[in-house]
Design a protein around this ligand. Structure first.
Ligand code: SF4
Length: 300
């Protein structure tokens, strides 16, 4: 179902968007809406626990290209951003570095982009003090945003570039931010569209194929994009291009990206001189094989 169709049902039935999403899910797979809601609540609590156990900590990343970013930012007194963005960014880095260290995360929508949603969910709960059931409503709507992208385009960096991972995560986060404050599906949809347009074309270029550079820091900067898109939508700014069309455009952009820019580690940042030098260094020391072995073991 297109996002515009979900909004239309919500309008006609005079039901909040999150309820429409739950009913639509029931029509598709027979799932009980209250059970789906309970599952989303469980995921929300899991995400908050994950942030709490990793917040601002140093981590031992697989190949060591990250691991201290969350710690550094957590100790830094922000000069330009307020508490909400700072907290969300620290949380995003913490969880992205936890992922790079093979720790447990909620892949929302993917492991590489998991920091964005964890970061925003955490700041909404702990800084904006949004109550749990509102957060569950917002997470359901965020899920619907991600679901539309997954169906029409992709949430895979290997298929459509980082726009599909980080871009989708940021769109979900900005839509959720607006929804928990307003319960306005249309406004949330504008936030998601503004966000996705801003990150369209972002390439997938992890150094050595490891989800560390540039992935981890992208999670934090995407939080800031999500927050600005949410603020714009809350002010009444609309996306001229509807969300569904933005997603279609994103799918086309993804198909036109060359293979080097789709998680092969051959283009973009991964192809820079420094990236190549670092990679050569790992290979000379045998770190890469050891890292691959650690990754494989953790996947078993
Ligand atoms: S660069 Fe690629 S691997 Fe890294 S977060 Fe983006 S899509 Fe995922």
């Amino acid at each position: 179902m297109k996002f515009s169709e979900l909004l239309e049902v919500s309008r006609r039935a005079n039901q909040p968007l999150h309820e429409v999403v739950l009913v639509q899910q029931m029509l598709e797979d027979g799932s009980d809406p209250s059970e789906t809601r309970a599952k989303v609540r469980f995921l929300l609590r899991t995400m908050l626990k994950i942030v709490e156990s990793n917040y601002g900590k140093c981590q031992q990343a697989l190949v060591g290209l990250c691991g201290e970013n969350a710690h550094l930012l957590s100790k830094h007194e922000p000069r330009f951003v307020g508490e909400f963005i700072h907290t969300a960014m620290v949380a995003a880095l913490s969880v992205a570095e936890a992922n790079a260290s093979m720790r447990r995360i909620v892949a929302c929508p993917t492991a590489g982009s998991c920091g964005v949603m964890h970061g925003v969910v955490y700041a909404l709960a702990r800084v904006a003090h949004i109550e749990e059931e509102r957060l569950v409503d917002g997470l359901i709507v965020a899920g619907a945003i991600g679901d539309v992208v997954a169906r029409v385009a992709s949430v895979s960096g290997a298929k459509s570039g980082c726009q599909a991972e980080i871009g989708t995560a940021a769109a979900m986060a900005s839509g959720m931010m607006v929804y928990v404050l307003t319960r306005d599906g249309e406004m949330s949809c504008h936030a998601a569209a503004i966000c996705l347009k801003s990150l369209m074309g972002l390439v997938c270029d992890p150094v050595g194929g490891f989800v560390e550079v540039p992935c981890v820091k992208r999670n934090a900067t995407a939080v800031a994009v999500a927050v600005s898109a949410a603020e714009m939508a809350l002010s009444g700014i609309k996306s001229v291009i509807p969300f569904d069309e933005v997603v279609e455009a994103m799918a086309k952009v993804g198909r036109s990206l060359p293979e080097e820019l789709r998680e092969t580690g051959l283009g973009g940042i991964a192809a820079t001189r420094t990236a190549q030098r670092l990679l050569q260094g790992f290979m000379n020391r045998g770190d890469t094989n050891e890292a691959i072995e650690r990754r494989n073991n953790s996947e078993r």
